[in-house]
Design a protein around this ligand. Structure first.
Ligand code: FES
Ligand code: FES
Length: 168
């Protein structure tokens, strides 16, 4: 097998959870592996590694993407947000607190990816709608919860947002 030459690697610089970060990546290195192994952001989980389970979902310039279908070099110069960035000071977001209340996680393997997708959805100030939440969750596999708690948590936060914007 050909030895990887230093010239085959690329220094990838990006903004990770609001802070500048950089590391070396081979041309075909996946963003999921880069985050976990080069930048130590192990909150991004890796399940299927081919775009099916949703566990690796992160936000790239705000949009949820499968980090296992994204090359590290594609994130060069861009903003990447992972689950670690949701509560950097340790104060859980409303969505995370709702997950706790509704027992929306068990083993937690799927949870970081689901949180990142739901966080993006909530930023759109959606109409609280169960079918929309379930459609979003169709891109995420959870083997533990049966999804009910996740749906309840997402709807609770969406309803609270909607009520608050109605008061404003
Ligand atoms: S690990 Fe990326 S979708 Fe499953
Ligand atoms: S909580 Fe275990 S896979 Fe979802």
């Amino acid at each position: 097998m050909k030895r990887l030459e230093a010239a085959d690697r690329h220094r990838v610089g990006l903004t990770l959870n609001g802070r500048a970060a950089s590391g070396w990546a081979e041309p075909r290195m996946l963003l999921s592996d880069f985050l976990r192994h080069a930048l130590g952001a192990t909150g991004t989980h890796v399940g299927c590694e081919h775009g099916v389970c949703g566990a690796c979902t992160v936000r790239l310039d705000g949009a949820p993407v499968r980090a296992c279908l994204t090359l590290a070099v594609q994130a060069e110069g861009r903003r990447v947000d992972t689950v670690e960035g949701l509560a950097p000071e340790g104060t859980l977001t409303d969505l995370q607190q709702a997950f706790r209340r509704h027992h929306a996680l068990q083993c937690g393997f799927c949870t970081p990816g689901i949180l990142m997708s739901l966080a993006a959805w909530l930023e759109t100030r959606p109409v609280p709608d169960e079918s929309a939440v379930r459609a979003l969750l169709s891109g995420h596999l959870c083997r533990c919860t049966g999804y009910s708690g996740i749906v309840a948590a997402a709807l609770e936060v969406a309803r609270a947002q909607a009520a608050k914007s109605g008061d404003d």
